[in-house]
Ligand binder design. Structure first.
Ligand code: F6P
Length: 318
């Protein structure tokens, strides 16, 4: 049996751990694995080579993805998807494992509809895939953000300022929420909650009146740019307000223990699903259990918002 594996969309720490788990589980089952470089674009370009036990040695702890990744413009078209299915047939690749976010997994569903046997693994720092409690890379991105915010706090405190820290997540506020919760951010601006900037500034000023010397405002990129918020917050509070966009450092680095475990379980389960003829699914984690969910259902599962966490964050960070 031959299986292919690709990583697609934004890379995420832990993708390598998932690739390693797929290759090693396949070796255990005496299955050949082909690595498809640069995601769907590489599949269309036939950038494909066999992976063996040595290919995945010493990658468990590495950030990024050894297969590299891309956001293909041609693959989302009907012609692109048909071509991709043809290439897989040409190489005799009977099953394809796709590691990526919802865009990449929608591509997996398109291939499934063309008769390709696929298994998805949710990998994105955004944690915006509703079917799984967590996606590969999110925990590491939050940990990286927390470390960076600790440094930002030192200087923000020293200058008695406000600092708006912008984090990634597209339309999902999870990185801002979880990092903000963990650093005790004084305010959270996330897409899931309508922003009342006057209210936020009143809270910041009330904190200042009680003797707070500085404040951190967490901003999810889906709500806009930190530059605009800095200007408005400074106008409303009359406190010097600086901003920091954590940018791509959130996407790099060695995966946390949580992401290594998540990715290893998911990679293992993906191959087991192939062995057990249970494809067309995504491996997800729910309440610590790993289960297979049909791609159609997984892609339609709305992302749940941790209202409890938001509420507690507000209570604890006055
Ligand atoms: O989906 C992951 C992500 O890092 C988002 O958080 C961010 O908006 C986007 O990718 C950035 O994409 P690019 O690498 O194309 O700039």
């Amino acid at each position: 049996m031959k299986i292919g594996i690709l990583t697609s969309g934004g890379d995420a720490p832990g993708m390598n751990a998932a690739i390693r788990a797929v290759v090693r589980t396949a070796i255990y089952h005496k299955i050949d694995v082909y690595g498809i470089n640069r995601g769907y674009a590489g599949l269309l370009d036939k950038d494909i080579s066999p992976l063996n036990v040595y290919s995945v040695a010493d990658i468990l702890q590495k950030g990024g993805t050894i297969l590299r990744t891309s956001r293909s413009e041609f693959f989302p078209t009907e012609a692109g998807q048909k071509r991709a299915a043809e290439v897989l047939r040409e190489y005799g690749i009977e099953h394809l494992i796709i590691i990526g976010g919802d865009g990449s997994l929608s591509g997996a569903l398109a291939l499934k509809k063309l008769g390709v046997s696929v298994v998805g693994i949710p990998g994105t720092i955004d944690n915006d895939f509703g079917a799984s409690d967590f996606t590969i890379g999110f925990d590491t991105a939050v940990t990286t953000a927390i470390e960076a915010i600790g440094k930002i706090r030192d200087t923000t405190f020293s200058h008695n300022r406000i600092n708006v820290v912008q984090v990634m997540g597209r339309t999902c506020g999870d990185i801002a929420l979880y990092a903000g919760f963990s650093v005790g951010a004084e305010a959270l601006i996330i897409p899931e909650i309508e922003t009342n900037l006057e209210g936020i500034c009143d809270r910041l000023l009330a904190g200042k009146d009680r003797g707070k010397l500085h404040s951190i405002v967490m901003l999810a990129e889906g709500c806009g740019s930190y530059r605009d918020y800095c200007k408005k917050i400074e106008e409303l509070t009359q406190v010097t307000t600086k901003g920091t966009n954590l940018g791509y450092i959130q996407r790099g680095g060695s995966p946390s223990h949580f992401d290594r475990n998540l990715a290893s379980f998911m990679g293992y389960k993906a191959v087991e699903a192939i062995v057990n003829d249970n494809t067309g699914n995504v491996v997800v984690q729910r309440k610590g259990e790993y289960i297979m969910v049909p791609l159609e259902e997984a892609l339609e599962t709305p992302k749940a918002f941790r209202k409890d966490m938001y509420k507690i964050a507000k209570i604890l960070s006055i």
